[in-house]
Design a protein around this ligand. Structure first.
Ligand code: PGA
Length: 270
């Protein structure tokens, strides 16, 4: 344990380029509004070099509307979900090749809102595998629904992580991002504390070491998501040691979202 904690502290201490992902969920309601929102965020970033990696995951229908704009900006495109099937008779689904063809680089899998809609650990595992096989980056969401007094939430996170990892090859880990998103913190204005986030990051790193060994743990970014805003972003980076954020509500507010990106840049250069 002592050895693990020493190792984990080293891994924690290593600063990564922050990754900031905006998850627009089922917003906004028209392609024009999506274009305007994207343009405002782009404008808000200004002409100064941004250090953080920025990804916006709009509703699938609007991704193609933003492909051109994304190419001209530093903002990459993400998808909120995907099918694990390659092609064929799967009504309503979107394949990874389709997403890739319109410029998507990151795919969120296992978001709690999809898990609530019935997505199992096994489906999340298949989607993670498919995203990596397609050559894209998988943003795997894990997180407990409630925090019990006995620490059972660690088991929930471990089970989700182990299941998703069971078809990840060690060489693919640099294209895997874990987003720790406690369900109780999503859209509630009740974010996890910096201590909670740091503790969970250590725990996730320990699980990764157990599965893949020590050499790769520093390659995997561990984001935090759940009621992130411009007030809590700095402590969550500085003390929580989050490698970035998965942001819902605040990503729909251009001033707030760009402020979080600027805070992440300040942190990255400090
Ligand atoms: P929130 O959502 O920032 O609105 O809490 C986060 C998420 O669902 O990814």
């Amino acid at each position: 344990m002592v050895q693990f904690l020493t190792m984990a502290k080293t891994a924690l201490g290593k600063k990564q380029t922050p990754l900031i992902i905006g998850n627009w969920k089922m917003n906004p309601q028209s392609g024009t509004e999506a274009q305007n929102l994207f343009a405002e965020i782009h404008k808000g970033l200004g002409s100064k070099n941004v250090i953080a990696e920025i990804v916006i995951a709009p509703p699938t229908l609007f991704i193609v509307e933003l492909t051109k704009k994304s190419k001209k900006s530093r903002i990459q495109l993400g998808a909120q979900d995907c099918s694990f099937q390659l092609q064929g008779a799967h009504t309503g689904e979107t394949s990874l090749m389709m997403l890739k063809s319109v410029g998507v680089s990151h795919v969120i899998v296992g978001h709690s809102e999809r898990r609530i809609a019935g997505e199992t650990n096994e489906v999340v595992r298949k989607k993670t595998e498919a995203v990596l096989q397609a050559g894209l980056t998988a943003v795997v969401c894990i997180g407990e629904t409630i925090r019990d007094a006995h620490g059972d939430y660690f088991n929930v996170v471990q089970e989700q992580l182990q299941s998703a990892c069971s078809s990840i090859k060690k060489v693919q880990l640099s294209r895997v991002v874990f987003a720790y998103e406690p369900v109780w913190a999503i859209g509630t204005n009740k974010h996890a504390t910096a201590e909670d986030v740091q503790e969970m990051k250590l725990f996730i790193q320990k699980c990764i070491v157990d599965l893949f060994g020590r050499s790769v743990v520093s390659k995997v970014r561990i984001l935090y998501g759940g009621s992130v805003n411009s007030d809590n972003a700095l402590p969550l980076l500085l003390d929580g040691k989050a490698d970035g954020f998965l942001i819902g509500g605040s990503s729909l507010k251009p001033v707030e979202f760009t402020q979080i990106i600027k805070i992440s840049d300040t942190y990255a250069t400090s």
